[in-house]
Design a protein around this ligand. Sequence first.
Ligand code: AMP
Length: 197
Amino acid sequence: MFNLVLFGPPGSGKGTQSEKIVERFGLIHLSTGNLLRKEISDKTPLGLEAKNFIDKGQLVPDEVVIGMIDTCLVNHPEAKGFLFDGFPRTIAQAEALDKLLALKKTSISKVLALEVSEDELVRRLLERGKTSGRTDDNDEAVIRKRFAVYKGETEPVAHYYKQQNKLDRIPGEGSIDDIFQKLSSAIEKERELATQE
Ligand code: AMP
């Protein structure tokens, strides 16, 4: 299996690039943000609980998102690989993911981290907030809170994967297609290495 993590702050383009990556490389897209928004629109108890955190720019508790990922992994026994988008966001989530993948006799192959300046991120998120209908995108205070959470809890996850020699940093500013080309070359390089092993 070939399992990727697309990593980066809110607004770095993970969702947009994930859609292109899964189409080209035939992976299953697992976005915890999308899964949580589906629970909210379906008005499930999990969705109602998660909404309280999301609207404040806070993270949903680890056990909730880990449980969702566990279910998705079990539901896709035939997958050639997964693309994790917006997960893991804490060290506890990264450790839990390693354990879940080990149960499937696989592991994370590569972590691609999109790098975008904070000014550009705020600009993109406020722009997206005008049309996305996402309550967490149209309030600058909530956006700033999401960055603070990212720096405190999520950035250490990059270090976790760097120690495992799995982290590749990719410039995330420029056209969508240029960024996709950079991501694709990094993925192709990794896949070649994997087939040589
Ligand atoms: P996203 O669409 O990835 O930006 O996620 C939107 C919001 O959903 C985040 O600000 C969090 O409140 C919540 N969320 C998404 N993924 C996770 C995760 N892996 N851990 C905790 N909360 C998450």
